[in-house]
Design a protein around this ligand. Structure first.
Ligand code: C2E
Ligand code: MG
Ligand code: MG
Ligand code: MG
Length: 277
């Protein structure tokens, strides 16, 4: 009886594995055509200053409208990285986000920045710096309004390559943010070595209400002269408690989920529609 059960489980296991494999294969094939089929779009999530009631910037987040439905970047970005497709996709993201932000500047929102996520493979590309330079030139966006987000682990994967690259970006005027701060394995000393401008406190600290940690991160950022953003703010109470720690720049569902560019534009016209107090 036991052996029979075991066999059944094994069968189930193989089946699950093969389902996973099939999906992965399907996504990989779809990903190869997604750019030319224009299946990607960017959503923008407002980054707000609750002290002034302003939208100060946005984070660009990629969406893939596959024939089977919307697929999360958490699922397809790793596949794009493994297959090398991240390079053209990443260029598309940068170009679209810069062009959109320039458009918003042209409408009169001249201090708005856009924050773009960069994956580890992109950081390793030889011509990343030149690509970003070209994209900024062609879209006409002032480099000061482009922020690049990298996670701690991305930055630490190849420190010797990352430091000069981030330095060069900084010299161009581009700002660097450390995304999901506090979840990586790296030592804090890199914060002084890395030419960065902003740290984004990981959502998990906010969701698990670890206010002591948040307070410590905010204090540390302040003494290192870094900006700080709290991500994943979902309820009013979190917003209030975070503001009490001295951090007034936030992002999260409490203000707005990531939305299409037209929707974001309506928020720019009417920021009172967001719960910024
Ligand atoms: P991330 O850069 O840390 O982005 C924040 C994620 O948290 C987004 O998920 C956003 O929709 C979600 N979020 C924002 N506010 C809240 C909130 O209040 N509560 C909760 N529970 N979630 C919130 P999304 O859009 O699914 O993106 C997931 C991750 O995929 C991103 O994490 C980023 O690492 C990656 N990603 C997204 N777009 C790109 C891209 O264009 N390029 C690269 N390389 N990675 C991207
Ligand atoms: Mg991010
Ligand atoms: Mg994040
Ligand atoms: Mg993340």
């Amino acid at each position: 009886y036991a052996a029979k059960e075991k066999g059944k489980n094994r069968f189930l296991f193989y089946n699950q594995q093969s389902d996973k494999f099939q999906r992965r294969l399907k996504l990989e094939q779809g990903l190869r055509k997604a750019l030319q089929n224009q299946e990607f779009m960017l959503h923008y999530q407002p980054i707000v200053n609750v002290a002034t009631g302003e939208i100060i910037g946005t984070e660009a987040l990629i969406r893939w409208e596959h024939s089977s439905g919307i697929i999360s970047p958490l699922e397809f970005i790793p596949i794009a990285e493994e297959t090398g497709l991240i390079s053209p996709i990443g260029d598309w993201v940068l170009r679209s986000a810069c062009a959109q932000n320039k458009h918003w500047h042209d409408l009169g929102y001249t201090t708005l920045f856009v924050s773009v996520n960069l994956s580890v493979r992109q950081l390793e590309e030889e011509d990343l710096l030149k690509s970003i330079q070209r994209i900024l030139m062609e879209t006409g966006l002032d480099p000061r309004f482009l922020h690049i987000e990298i996670t701690e682990s991305t930055a630490m994967t190849n420190v010797n390559q990352a430091i000069p690259l981030l330095k060069a970006l900084g010299e161009m005027g581009v700002s660097i943010s450390i995304d999901d701060f506090g979840t990586g394995y790296s030592s804090l000393s890199y914060l002084e070595k890395f030419p960065i401008h902003t740290i984004k406190i990981d959502q998990t600290f906010i969701h698990s209400n670890q206010m002591a940690i948040i307070k410590a991160i905010v204090a540390m950022a302040s003494s290192l002269n870094l900006n700080v953003i709290a991500e994943g703010v979902e309820i009013e109470n979190q917003s209030r408690q975070i503001q009490e720690t001295g951090c007034s720049v936030m992002q999260g569902h409490w203000f707005s989920k990531p939305v299409c560019s037209q929707r974001l534009e309506s928020f720019l016209r009417n920021p009172e529609a967001l719960a910024i107090h």
